[in-house]
Design a protein around this ligand. Structure first.
Ligand code: UDX
Ligand code: ADP
Length: 458
């Protein structure tokens, strides 16, 4: 079959996989190939068990795979054939040298740029899809323009705003698609080619453009604002617990002001995920680099409050359970960083598990989708942790349950049955405020929500 365009995506991860599946699904006239250096990942994308769980993704991939969506390890061939290349390799936080623990580790991006340079035999549009600090596109451009063959590369920024668990919905119906380009004739031509792809299913008013730096920065700032809302409501949850106010009532009243809005105001055990912390730390690093220390401190505060909230949750457990957790059996309901994903990157559950192990707790972990990742994450604690798929079996014989992921399934459990199987007094710490606290209290549990008065039988 003759395709109108060949699109390549380098990096078959949480961003690259679903995004390319959606483009291929909406644009049957384009051939979309996703490549990765990791052959296991590619084999999984080509199998019945995709490497990531995302509602709706399986159906789309299985429908179009082999038709106009392909997964491959042949990076060089992919580059040669492509007119348009998306780069969505990982950009973790640096764990060495300058900017250690703060700045983005750009080695994967740079390697990819060099690989494109080495393999390309014709001009191409390169689209930065991963989250990167500002001015990375410029660095990439410098690498790509220093070529001997005089091939022309146009670099665009097209940040991804999808959230895990709702990736397919977000890709199908995004609030906006943002494309950053140079304001030169070449830059605008490249930008328009990308606009044309998205225009296959996204209304023109939702496709917005800017210069490259503003586009890159918008991604960091969007995530920083979202995380800031969570940290803000989490600070109020601490105050509510001290003063017997109810954080859900406060959030509802505040969120009904349409200037504020009601989303992302759920107090919780803390935010997780691969983006928020990393992006804020990038922002902080950038500000520090430019000598904007007050601005850097402001955003660093959002991360600090998140760490505080996770630690506070553990200390609340300790205080409630008579100041000793040693030798107690505690079941964690949920290990994913949020519901509807198997992803555990930066999950608050990981921090809490580690802290509870420090307190010499015997941990039982249950999660409908994240047990495989949880096992990898806690590999060094084989003695201290067990993993049980069935939440009823997991809770049986435990002193306490801590709900750490907002899986709907935990709302509908038979808590009478669970209560009967647990040691008494039985405790529930609801780190997501998802269950009916009064109901489980009446069953016999001592209940500790986030940001609300506890309900105890003592
Ligand atoms: C985020 C952004 O939402 C998305 O636009 C960007 O592209 C990537 O980063 P993601 O990390 O997948 O997406 O999930 P998100 O829904 O934003 O949740 C992040 C964390 O915040 C989760 O741990 C979630 O449980 C927590 N959260 C969210 C709260 O604690 N309270 C809330 O009210 C909302
Ligand atoms: P994200 O959440 O940003 O999508 P992931 O870690 O899920 O991040 O995916 C990034 C993918 O990029 C990984 O599968 C990794 O193997 C791949 N990758 C990293 N460097 C390269 C490279 N130079 N060439 C091809 N793929 C790469």
């Amino acid at each position: 079959m003759n395709f109108k365009k060949n699109i390549l995506c380098i990096g078959a991860g949480y961003v690259g996989g679903p995004t390319m599946a959606m483009i291929a699904h909406k644009c049957p006239q384009y051939k979309v190939t996703v490549v990765d250096i990791n052959p296991v990942r590619i084999a999984e994308w080509n199998s019945d068990h995709l490497p990531i769980f995302e509602p709706g993704l399986d159906e789309i991939v299985k429908n179009i795979r082999g038709r106009n969506l392909f997964f491959s390890t042949e990076i060089e061939k992919g580059i040669q054939e492509a007119n348009i290349i998306f780069v969505s390799v990982n950009t973790p936080t640096k764990t060495f040298g300058a900017g250690n623990g703060m700045a983005a580790d750009l080695q994967y991006w740079e390697k990819t740029a060099r690989q494109i340079l080495k393999s390309a035999k014709s001009s191409k549009i390169i689209i930065e899809k991963s989250t990167l600090p500002v001015k990375t596109a410029q660095a990439m451009e410098r690498i790509l323009t220093h070529n001997h063959q005089k091939i022309h590369f146009d670099v665009l920024s097209n940040p991804e705003f999808l959230a895990e668990g709702t990736a397919i919905r977000d890709l199908e119906n995004p609030d906006r698609v943002l494309i950053g380009s140079h304001q030169t004739p070449d830059g605008i031509k490249a930008r328009d080619e990308l606009v044309e792809i998205y225009a296959n299913w996204i209304p023109p008013k939702n496709i917005i453009t800017s210069d490259i730096w503003s586009s890159e920065l918008s991604k960091l700032v969007s995530n920083a604002f979202l995380a800031q809302r969570i940290s803000s409501i989490n600070t109020i949850s601490a105050l509510c617990e001290k003063t017997d106010a109810n954080v859900t009532d406060v959030a509802r009243a505040v969120g009904m002001d349409h200037r504020i809005g009601n989303r992302f105001l759920n107090a919780s055990v803390g935010f997780g995920g691969s983006c928020f912390k990393k992006d804020i730390l990038n922002l902080v690093y950038l500000c520090r680099n430019y000598g904007l220390h007050e601005v850097a401190d402001y955003w660093q505060g959002v991360v600090n409050i998140n760490e505080y909230q996770k630690e506070r949750f553990v200390l609340n457990m300790l205080a409630a359970m008579f100041n000793t957790l040693a030798g107690k059996r505690i079941c964690l309901f949920g290990f994913a960083f949020k519901a509807d994903t198997g992803d555990t990157r930066e999950s608050p559950a990981f921090f809490i598990a580690n802290r509870l192990i420090e307190e010499k707790v015997e941990l039982v972990i249950t999660d409908p989708k994240a047990l495989k990742n949880a096992k990898n994450d806690l590999d060094e604690f084989k003695e201290e942790v067990s993993f049980v798929e069935d939440p009823y079996k997991a809770a049986s014989g435990c002193h306490a349950i801590a709900i750490l992921t907002e899986w709907v399934l935990y709302q509908n459990l038979d808590f009478e049955k669970i209560y009967r199987s647990m040691l008494k007094p039985a405790f529930i710490f609801d780190g997501r405020n998802i269950i009916d606290h009064q109901k489980v209290f009446e069953i016999g549990f001592n209940v500790y929500p986030v940001g609300k008065p506890s309900l105890t039988h003592f």
